[in-house]
Write a protein that binds this ligand. Sequence first.
Ligand SMILES: [Zn+2]
Length: 382
Amino acid sequence: MLESLLRTGGAFRPVLARETKLTEASISRILSELRKERVVEEVRRSAPYVGGPTALITLSKNVAVAGIELSNNRLSVGVGDLTGTLDYVDRMPVSGQLGQDEFEHLFQESVAAMQEWTDQRGLILSQAAVAIPGYGRGAAGNPIFPWDMPRLTRFIDEIFGDVPVAVTNAVVAQAAFHRYSRTGIYPVASDHLFLFVGHGVAGVIVDETTPVDAFSAFELGHMVIERGGLACRCGHRGCVEAYTSLRAISKIIGVPDSDILSKGDSFIDMLDLGAGMREALRERLLLLGLGLGNALNLHPLSSVVISGWPSLMPSEDRLAILDGLNESLLGGYDASRLALSFIAPSIGNDPRAALYYAAYCFVRSGGLDPRTDPQTALEEIA
Ligand SMILES: [Zn+2]
């Protein structure tokens, strides 16, 4: 029920009953419990039809969650509510070759500053989430930040004390952002691959029937497409990321990463891209399509949603992705078998994605204070 409220932003009781397949009596019982915990609110609204319901149920704005993201060469810490409003943001620059000791030091400082802010306001965090690129590769470790992951989760757990905290891959948090932020119309309602092209290039298979945290992230960016090609930060040469990441294209357009960030989502609109530059970017889009087609050969899906700088390119330039797909996808590219859509990226909006992931983790835990049940808190951390 809470997940449905997070996704829709609010609903009337009959709609909630339909969505959750619960009786209205059960809905009422659960709602009164959640209202007592101050997790949901009922707002008087004029009924959409005669004799219809008048109370719109929404998530409470009084629940505080924290989102922390390591992305865009910075560590961003934010505190906000379940609707994605950020009330506190702190961003610290970090180097691309961030070591674990350095990260832990910075993390500790940033979280201490955040806690000072929440303490001053008497806010108690209900949930925190940390999004890290490359996280969650199991025994293989993290290809982007080759750290001791059990040590990292222990460290984060200790820092947060009794606040439940979830650590996830950055692209899973991005998927949560697009599912729950409702910043635009999400183009796909069925299972699809969500591909994010930013500082890294990562995908996540979004299965509409499973929880967001079950989405398996994969590092498409480290697929080698050019033997002996451009050097990649992972230590290999010729990776998709070395050609298509923000850093890779910043060299083409002559704008440093940091400036791309300060220009936000409209960075390409603001550049006067000459014919040569556009041609070079089209070549990079073709390589992206090549990598994407190879990925789809391993895991066929009929729909792909791309977010990141390619979404900001003119639509005629984006056709280069189809050329790349045509060269690698089994049977070639066919619009009737593969739907490709683009959504605007949230470049520079960190830590919003982590904040939405925290909101998701909070509602999934049932919305009741997990500190009353230590087992739930442990599961969140695991
Ligand atoms: Zn690589």
